[in-house]
Design a binder for this molecule. Structure first.
Ligand code: SF4
Length: 257
């Protein structure tokens, strides 16, 4: 007698193929959430964690030593890294939180960074990887500083990821703006470092891999101007509460170049 979708003697090779062997439970997809683990947050045990934003994930050994010493001096013995290339100090008592945050600010590890600094990520790039095509970390740091200066009031959630080659160690396909390093030929015929641009990517139920807008390429020198141009258009024409990826999805190519 068949039991639970099985038939015959119980030999796996003779099971009925009409009934699935495993049931899959379809869970509703989560609404979009944005979390970079930056800033002060309460832990379940009543202590706190403090997320910090190093410049495009760069953390020298001396800086890590400073973080460890400051964390220990404020009652914490745990520091972690995040997938967004940020640092997290855990287990901080309430009365140590402000003091630790101030101390980490002095070593250039803000817990309240700009949008650009918090969510810009860069892979290793040509500095330490001989097969890479372009510099990523230094370039990304320059871009963050430029965007902070040019768009000081930009506070919408926004991710900017740099790759140094066609591999995707910095996950450019799922960034609001993903930049893939390549050599670009200028109008004068010079070959210089540049980036292929993908726009509007994400990992939420409402987003997909980034859009390649007719293969938009920008030279590294032009990059701050290009990003400023696109972000200003976004600020000027977005609907209330519209995300960058949603804005990209309804924008034409001209708006995105
Ligand atoms: S994306 Fe390319 S350059 Fe960047 S870390 Fe990966 S392999 Fe290296």
């Amino acid at each position: 007698m068949p039991i639970g979708g099985r038939s015959g003697s119980g030999n796996p090779s003779r099971r009925s193929t009409s009934t699935p062997r495993f049931r899959t439970v379809r869970r509703p997809r989560r609404p979009p959430t944005h979390a970079a683990h930056v800033g002060a947050h309460r832990q379940k045990d009543g202590l706190n964690y403090l997320g910090l934003a190093p410049r495009v994930g760069r953390r020298a050994g001396t800086l890590l030593t400073q973080v460890a010493e400051l964390a220990e001096a404020h009652g914490s013995r745990r520091v972690r890294t995040s997938i967004e290339q940020n640092l997290i100090v855990l287990d901080i008592p309430d009365d140590q939180l402000d003091s630790l945050s101030t101390a980490l600010d002095t070593v250039d590890l803000p817990s309240r960074p700009s949008t650009f600094r918090r969510q810009t990520m860069a892979c290793t790039g040509i500095e330490f990887y001989k097969l890479a095509i372009v510099n990523t970390k230094d370039r990304a740091m320059t871009v963050v500083e430029e965007l902070e200066r040019r768009l000081p009031n930009f506070d919408t959630w926004f991710t900017l990821n740099f790759n140094g080659c066609p591999n995707s160690c910095a996950r450019i396909q799922t960034a609001d703006i993903g930049l893939r390093g390549q050599i670009v030929t200028t109008v004068d015929g010079d070959q210089v470092e540049g980036f292929n641009v993908q726009l509007g990517g994400g990992l939420t139920a409402q987003t997909d891999f980034g859009r390649k807008t007719r293969g938009v390429k920008v030279t590294a020198t032009e990059l701050p101007d290009y990003l400023e141009r696109v972000l200003r258009r976004f600020q000027d024409t977005r609907q209330p509460d519209e995300s960058f990826s949603a804005w990209v999805a309804r924008s034409d190519d001209t708006t995105l170049t």
